[in-house]
Design a protein around this ligand. Structure first.
Ligand SMILES: [Zn+2]
Length: 408
């Protein structure tokens, strides 16, 4: 999914000349049969021989210059690079991003719109034949699309005996926490929050599909989940994973099984990575035989990964052969200097937010008072048109560059 780009409006590609190979820089990218204009940007003067190359010192100034010169909006620009930090800045300026290469664990906080390996895949993205990350697609369209992907990376963990193991991590998409106000209107984030307290069909569909996918590529023996904490059980908190139906998985005679029990209450809110890892130590115990088994474990949000990695660790320590983690989403760091504008209700003028229709599960934008508005439904906006409008009103504005040169 493009977070800030309006796919029908793609006008310009910004290619990072300092990290992409020549074949990526010279390829004639097209959309619906029409060549898309491209600009090669570089911090060195090595690439100046390329047609349409620009040298830059400051990315923000560069984007301003390009937008003005090419008469296009930030939502019409896609940036392509092998450097996640280059793309991180692009995300901050509300520009679309394609990473060429594999994601690595250290950069999970700034996931680009797409990660690809080949030119062919870039062309698929530009023509919307590759739709994006699986859970984001489910959250937005309420159904699967042909070409969805899971984000993948792996992490090594050290067991109590000092030996090292690798865990494969699969993610459904990006999650933006409440404090990142400017991306509050994100469908997957909204759904992740709903899932904490009630059954959400698209979450069920996501885990069902993701688990069956892993079962096709690995010899999985069992599927399990992160269990509720003792205090949550006492309070009667919604047991979200045990309420999943996982219909496709059941048809193939597989289901979620309980392998872990949580034996202490812990809170990870507001703690840093080190504290989180310490706090979660000893939180789980293995209650079933896992000896020599390949186990898939599921959870909803990966932030520092402390909870899921602790669970994986004790499964390995109890003798599991291989443990694979599937997470609905991964928490993003989304700083931006661009002021975020919300949709406004055309009746009362207050901010509109994403809401979920309780019976259909459909997402829509509505203000706080939408139910009291006389013309009820006409005061709400459907999800896709709302997201499209948000991209437009939150584009990067071109500022007039003041000439600061004086006589010196
Ligand atoms: Zn209103």
């Amino acid at each position: 999914m493009w977070k800030w780009t309006r796919p029908d409006n793609i006008q310009l590609l910004i290619l990072d000349g300092d990290t992409l190979e020549e074949e990526f820089l010279t390829y004639p990218y097209s959309k619906d049969g029409k060549i898309i204009k491209k600009i090669i940007v570089t911090k060195t003067d090595k690439l100046i021989s390329y047609e349409n190359s620009i040298m830059y010192f400051d990315l923000y100034d560069l984007i301003q210059e390009v937008m003005e010169k090419e008469k296009c909006e930030s939502y019409s620009i896609i940036s392509i690079s092998k450097d996640i930090l280059f793309l991180k800045s692009m995300i901050e300026y509300h520009i679309g991003t394609i990473l060429v290469g594999n994601l690595i664990h250290d950069f999970l906080k700034n996931i680009p719109d797409y990660d690809v390996l080949t030119i062919k895949q870039i062309v698929e993205v530009l023509n919307y034949d590759r739709k994006g990350y699986c859970a984001e697609i489910f959250a937005t369209y309420e159904s699967s699309k042909k070409t969805m992907s899971l984000l993948f990376c792996n992490e090594s963990i050290t067991l109590a005996d000092g030996s090292e193991r690798v865990v494969d991590l699969y993610f459904g998409g990006r999650y933006y926490a409440n404090k990142h106000m400017y991306i509050l209107n994100d469908p997957l984030s909204h759904i992740v929050k709903q899932f904490k307290s009630r059954y959400v069909k698209v979450v069920d569909l996501f885990f069902d599909l993701a688990c069956r996918y892993i079962a096709q590529i690995e010899n999985v023996d069992s599927f399990t989940y992160i269990p509720l904490k003792p205090a949550d059980i006492k309070e009667g908190k919604f047991d979200r994973f045990n309420n999943l139906k996982l219909i496709g998985l059941k048809k193939e005679n597989m289901q979620l099984d309980t392998f872990l029990r949580c034996i202490k209450d812990f809170s990870q809110k507001g703690n840093d990575l080190y504290v989180r890892r310490e706090i979660v130590k000893g939180a789980f115990e293995v209650i079933k035989d896992v000896e020599n088994k390949t186990i898939v474990i599921i959870d909803d949000v990966f932030s520092t990964g402390s909870t899921i990695l602790e669970a994986v660790k004790i499964l390995y320590e109890a003798g599991a052969k291989k443990v694979i983690a599937v997470l609905l989403s991964v928490n993003q760091l989304t700083e931006s200097s661009i002021k975020y504008k919300n949709l406004k209700c055309n009746i009362c003028g207050s901010n509109m937010k994403l809401r979920m229709n309780k019976s259909s599960g459909q997402l829509f934008f509505g203000c706080e008072n939408y139910q009291e508005h006389e013309n009820g439904k006409s005061s709400t906006i459907d999800l896709l048109s709302g997201m499209d409008t948000l991209k437009e009103i939150n584009k990067l504005e071109v500022v007039d560059i003041v000439d600061l040169q004086d006589e010196f």
